[in-house]
Design a protein around this ligand. Structure first.
Ligand code: GLU
Length: 428
């Protein structure tokens, strides 16, 4: 099957249905949780640098807020669809619940390609998104954050617009802000570090020394870069990194069998995580097709790009050596591929857990912003480690005791907690 034919929202609903069946959830809870509570679709007029007007489409989906205000990023993507945003909002609900932070699930998006927009156009677009949704989001109702192709600078423009509209300072409105402007130390590292904290725990369970392992990564954006940093610090060897090439509109995998040096690769990478392939070849990287990252003879695979990347077609190419897959991205594995991985007994660290470090640190940022008192980086990262490790242990113990696949265990824990909150509130 072609991966373009996957609808992420259908995938998210299928995953939810599996958990709902395992929990024997009642019909009202299923009907409530299978769909978002609210969603907003809007047009964003933006004055372009040449004086013309361009109308962009924007979205915000609030899946569930029974456990606390909605929380989730805003993505810039040329192929953004409402169903992708719906799926991502639902995944945020489960993710916040798995790490047990008092937040619900939301997601936003704008159909655009920031590669083709100047800084000023991006600023107007961010402000325009906030102008359309300012009445329906806020520090006590729904808190945005960065995601694919959005940065701390975008968050600051969004905050500034929100504060201008409301006439008050509201640093808790958004997370992922620049450090010194209400941002938290450790936030930019948090998602990637969180992924590797879960990998560390999985290796402990499997009795494997991290120094004896090697890994292949898909994506070289914020998540991958910091995951690679911590994995390297733990003594792991990176064999392959794949990423999108904007010029050729295709992906490439960059391989060095003796191990990739993060700093060397960062030196030839643009701000969107795009690697300069000519320079890479000069530095003796083997240039392979985009999908080659998944076929590498490694112990650990880390998909950290977009959804629906591991499919029934390429899951069969995963090497027998692979022991762990840690989903740094949201929704990288289709249900058919998941079945193959399950049957091969690979230790799956599902997205709900593996990439929850970002939102966990966003929660810390909110706490710091709201109290206007900021913590040292070591304190932030220490608290992140505790939260991620506890969530990992809870899920893996539950998986072992109930003989469940890790993804099913994470889902059952999350859906059960959210359904309970809805029931306690009298919603179902
Ligand atoms: N966009 C990140 C995610 O998918 C972080 C969300 C947040 O910090 O609210 O988890």
């Amino acid at each position: 099957m072609n991966k373009k034919s996957y609808n992420p929202f259908e995938v998210a609903q299928k995953q939810f249905d599996r958990a709902a069946d395992l929990l024997e959830l009642d019909k009202a809870s299923r009907d409530l949780l299978r769909n978002p509570l609210r969603e907003y679709h809007f047009s964003i007029p933006v004055r372009m640098d040449d004086g013309s007007m361009n109308i962009f489409r924007g979205f915000r989906v609030q899946h569930n807020d029974a456990r606390g205000p909605g929380k989730g990023g805003v993505r810039f993507h040329p192929q953004e669809t409402i169903d992708t945003v719906r799926a991502l909002a639902m995944w945020m609900t489960w993710k916040c619940t798995v790490v047990d932070i008092p937040l619900g699930g939301s997601k936003g998006g704008i159909i655009c390609d920031p590669h083709n927009l100047s800084q000023l156009e991006q600023e107007r677009l961010c402000r325009g998104w906030v102008r359309q949704i300012a009445r329906n989001v806020g520090p006590l109702s729904d808190i945005p954050a960065p995601d694919v192709m959005t940065s701390a600078q975008h968050m600051l423009w969004m905050l500034d617009e929100y504060e201008a509209i409301h006439g008050t300072k509201n640093p808790g409105f958004i997370t992922g802000k620049p450090v010194g402007m209400g941002g938290s130390l450790g936030r930019k590292e948090a998602t990637g570090y969180g992924t590797i904290i879960t990998v560390r725990e999985a290796l402990k369970e499997l009795n494997i020394n991290p120094e004896d392992t090697c890994a292949s990564f898909q994506g070289f954006g914020n998540v991958s870069q910091f995951a690679i940093e911590l994995y390297q610090q733990m003594g792991g060897k990176i064999i392959c990194v794949s990423c999108w090439d904007q010029e050729d509109q295709t992906g490439y995998s960059y391989r060095k069998k003796d191990g990739i040096d993060l700093i060397e690769l960062l030196n030839i990478t643009d701000s969107f995580g795009g690697i300069d392939k000519t320079k890479a070849q000069e530095l003796d990287y083997e240039l392979l097709p985009g999908e080659a990252w998944i076929e590498q003879d490694v112990d650990i695979l880390i998909p950290a790009a977009l959804e629906n990347q591991i499919t029934a077609d390429n899951a069969t190419k995963i090497s027998n050596r692979v022991k762990i897959i840690a989903e740094g991205a949201n929704g990288p594995t289709t249900p058919e591929a998941d079945k193959i991985i399950r049957e091969h007994n690979i230790f799956m660290i599902p997205d709900l857990l593996a990439n929850a470090g970002g939102v966990t640190c966003s929660y810390f940022e909110q706490v710091q912003s709201n109290s206007n008192y900021f913590w040292e980086k070591d304190e932030v990262l220490g608290k992140l480690d505790v939260q991620m490790t506890s969530a990992f242990i809870a899920i893996s113990e539950f998986a072992k005791s109930k003989k469940l696949y890790m993804r099913d265990a994470a889902y059952v824990i999350a859906v059960n907690r959210v359904a309970q909150a809805c029931s306690d509130r009298g919603w179902v």
